[in-house]
Design a protein. Structure first.
Ligand SMILES: Nc1ncnc2c1ncn2[C@@H]1O[C@H](COP(=O)(O)OP(=O)(O)O)[C@@H](O)[C@H]1O
Ligand SMILES: [Mg+2]
Length: 199
């Protein structure tokens, strides 16, 4: 039987892990957190000093993910990670949920997770410039890409929304979010861009 493979993507701190774990419980799914998966399976090939982040051995990870999808005794798998679209073979993907959060709220979430200075602004830049959405569009078929603005929603509301999409009760769509315009309307664009360009 073909497995259902659901990717949960989005900028660091957007809420992926919190939401993916709740979704896993609701769907009785097998769960993979790519950060732990990389560490636990020796899939880290180095460390990027400038960005202060691990470098993933992508080809090895893709192979390992294929093995798990084919061998695990659950019908549904949930794969949580901001680079999920790049490491899960496209033919395996059922849907990707790109979680989006208003950068003003996201900044608060990042501060809670103790992101500071360059890392914080680098991640905010990714959110403002749609990096995870663009990565999904480069790697996967458009019909599989669902972009959710989860600003101000509870974890349960987001999980219910994802389940409604999976059961065809709600539409899966993307391309409606424009944080640049939102920041401009609020007169905040200069302030955010100034921070970003000094990274
Ligand atoms: N819907 C939500 N409402 C309020 N706080 C949330 C929500 N989702 C996540 N959080 C909080 O935001 C922070 C980042 O969440 P996390 O799931 O670790 O994000 P990610 O896995 O995308 O880095 C955590 O402190 C988490 O408790
Ligand atoms: Mg996480």
């Amino acid at each position: 039987m073909k497995k259902t493979v659901i990717l949960i993507s989005g900028t660091p701190s957007v809420g992926k892990t919190t939401i993916a774990q709740k979704l896993k419980d609701r769907l009785n799914a097998f769960y993979i957190n790519l950060t732990s998966f990389a560490k636990g399976n020796n899939l880290i090939s180095g460390f990027d000093e400038k960005r202060q982040t691990a470098i993933i051995a992508e080809e090895k990870m893709r192979k390992k993910i294929k093995e798990i999808v084919n061998s695990v005794n659950k019908d549904i798998l949930i794969i949580d990670g901001h680079y999920a679209a790049s490491v899960v073979p496209k033919e395996y993907v059922t849907k990707i949920f790109v979680l989006r959060r208003n950068p003003i709220e996201l900044k608060n979430f990042m501060e809670k997770k103790e992101f500071r200075n360059n890392k914080l602004w680098e991640n905010l830049e990714s959110e403002i410039l749609d990096v995870c959405l663009i990565e999904s569009l480069c790697k996967l078929e458009e019909s599989k890409i669902c972009e959710l603005d989860i600003t101000g929603l509870t974890v349960d509301e987001v999980v219910n929304w994802i389940i409604a999409i999976l059961f065809d009760k709600k539409k899966c769509e993307f391309g409606k979010i424009d944080w640049l315009k939102m920041l401009e309307t609020k007169g905040l664009l200069d302030q955010y861009l100034k921070k970003i360009t000094v990274i």
